[in-house]
Ligand binder design. Structure first.
Ligand code: SPV
Ligand code: MG
Length: 310
């Protein structure tokens, strides 16, 4: 018992540890590119953490997909928040939540921001499209919000955060909607003036030409966040040199599951037998290790052991 912290000491040491939001703030402003990896449930969040990533991207696309619906606000915001809760509780990493358009107007967004602070999310991205948003790569009509109205949304969010380190990342979909780099810059500057902590500049091109042109003109007015899903061949170093601080691997865990699950399902169905897949899938022990089942033994020894003696 000598080495155990008392309740008071524990709470003091937890208070002095940097919060998740403070860690995200440091990463965004640190001048070095950081990799954020997508998670869509507690299980994938644990794999992200054990792999050494410093940051989790709670992706709207992959959370919706894992719920079996489209990234078109078909999942309710409370459903999505429930998944965020599992992600946060499964890891100690900061989580950047994909807030889509904020699920409505400035008022919906400030309700969301308050809830996110309560759920210990480290930050949120909010994009300048209209509700219901459609995934940026899904084609269709990508209708942009009025930039001035969107600035009100950013301000409402900043005024409502209950954690001073919580980050609001303003995302412009100007390039996604087919507008020019100049128009994207104009919007980003308004969002900076409205109080955004960083700018997420998104593109669906297969090269980073637009992004690099944007970054060069932007010249470090605020840190930049990108999700290079389509221009994946661009080395992170090139983006870092251009002023990018968060590089989001936006959907890679879900895409990995997609192929792996299809392969296993097709093989088992074809064979009507589970033998052939055994060596290519994870073991039950790996699941137990990931979810820390051994902690249960330690807890039983501590709590049931004590109970048995008294
Ligand atoms: C997401 O992962 O949900 C994103 C990135 O917002 S994208 O799918 O590229 O829009
Ligand atoms: Mg999204």
């Amino acid at each position: 018992m000598k080495n155990d912290l008392t309740g008071l000491q524990q709470s003091v040491s937890l208070q002095s540890a940097p919060t998740r939001a403070a860690r995200l703030r440091q990463m965004i402003g640190g001048g070095e590119l950081q990799l954020a990896m997508e998670a869509h449930n507690g299980f994938s969040a644990r794999i992200v953490e054990e792999s050494g990533f410093p940051l989790i991207w709670a992706s709207g696309l992959t959370i919706a997909s894992s719920l079996g619906v489209r990234d078109h606000n078909e999942a309710s915001w409370t459903q999505t928040l429930g998944v965020l809760e599992s992600i946060v509780e499964s890891t100690s990493l900061p989580v950047l939540f994909d807030g889509d358009t904020g699920f409505g107007d400035f008022n919906n967004f400030r309700v969301l921001v308050r809830k996110l602070c309560k759920h210990e999310a480290a930050g949120v991205t909010v994009e300048d499209k209209l509700f219901p948003k459609l995934n940026s790569f899904a084609g269709g009509k990508q209708q942009l919000a009025d930039p001035h109205e969107f600035c009100g949304k950013i301000k409402a969010g900043k005024d409502s955060q209950t954690d001073p380190d919580f980050c609001i990342v303003a995302r412009t979909e100007a390039l996604i909607a087919g507008h020019s780099v100049a128009q994207a810059l104009e919007r980003a500057e308004l969002y900076r003036q409205a109080g955004a902590d960083a700018i997420f500049i998104h593109s669906k091109e297969s090269t980073a030409e637009q992004i690099l042109a944007f970054a060069s003109e932007w010249s470090g007015r605020l840190p930049l966040v990108v999700a290079p899903t389509m221009y994946y061949r661009t080395p992170p170093k090139v983006l870092e040199a251009a002023g990018v601080s968060i590089y989001i691997c936006a959907n890679h865990n879900l895409r990995a599951c997609l192929r792996a699950m299809r392969m296993v399902c097709r093989q088992i169905m074809a064979d009507r037998n589970i033998v052939a897949v055994e060596d290519s899938i994870g073991t039950i022990k790996e699941i137990f290790d990931l979810l820390d089942y051994s902690e249960l033994d330690a807890a039983e020894a501590r709590y049931l052991g004590v109970a048995a003696k008294t």
